[in-house]
Design a protein around this ligand. Sequence first.
Ligand SMILES: [Zn+2]
Length: 318
Amino acid sequence: MTNETQLQPLPPNFIVPTGAGVKLNILKLKPADDSIQIRILPMWMPICGNDFGLFWRTHYGYYGVNPKDPNQKAFRSFSCIQERKGKEIIVACAECDYIARKKNEATLLKAQLDSESNPERKEKLQVEYTKLLGWIAAHNNDGKKRIPVLDRKGNPGIFLAPYNVTEQIKTEIERLSKARFPIQAAGRKGVWFEVTRTGKASNTSDKVTVCTIQRDDGASVPDFHIVSDEQLENAMKVIPDFRKMKEQNLLSAAQIQQLVDLDIAGGGSADREKVEAVFKASKQTPSSPAAVAIPTSTPVAPQTQPAETTKDPFEDIF
Ligand SMILES: [Zn+2]
């Protein structure tokens, strides 16, 4: 192990990644039974909001028109713009509100279905209920923290951490920083973490542990890693600015409302050409989500943890 005092300070320019045109190395857990080892890089603290990564949610969105084949559907997804301060919603997202309404509808419909004794009416309700559940599943969202990491081969990449994993990493980083010999888990000299998923993805399926190695005297110690300038420089070239990634996929509050209105007008299926037009407009004018004031009387969707999703219909979106 290298002595702490021998460590060089981090290079001054390391906070400006370029990340131009290089295929991203995306690390994520498989939907069931998987494990990944990561070394969180000590970079981009300023561009991750002084955090070790940046979290955002992507709404699956709506079908647009596939430019290669207009008969084919194409997913048009967008970043969620909802912002909260604790339980209070500061910036509303029309899509989140719409989904919450649909979920309420489903709850009511289920109760109706369960209490219906007339077989004919029951069957009708069942069809309606199944359709609604289908809609909800198709309008899920993918919430992940993007964390700059090295994989075990030493390649820089982006680890997509579900909410529960993010929380555990945060706890581990804090615990290590308060140890008798404090460790900066994502510092110049950091540690390897192992993220293990047991069974199907859920809020309790994943466990974060610090990798350990056995010393000659038999003691178990953290598996440390010292990041070199070369590795940092390489990472800078490969990993883009997460804030920019998030912005690339942003629609304005008004544009999201347009999509919701299209879906309502189409009875749960938005016109694809019109969806396409909303996204085209968003590319022409740089959009920033306008803060929407929420009247205090507006019912607020219950606080839910960002959903872990097991399907990924848009591999190219982060
Ligand atoms: Zn949203």
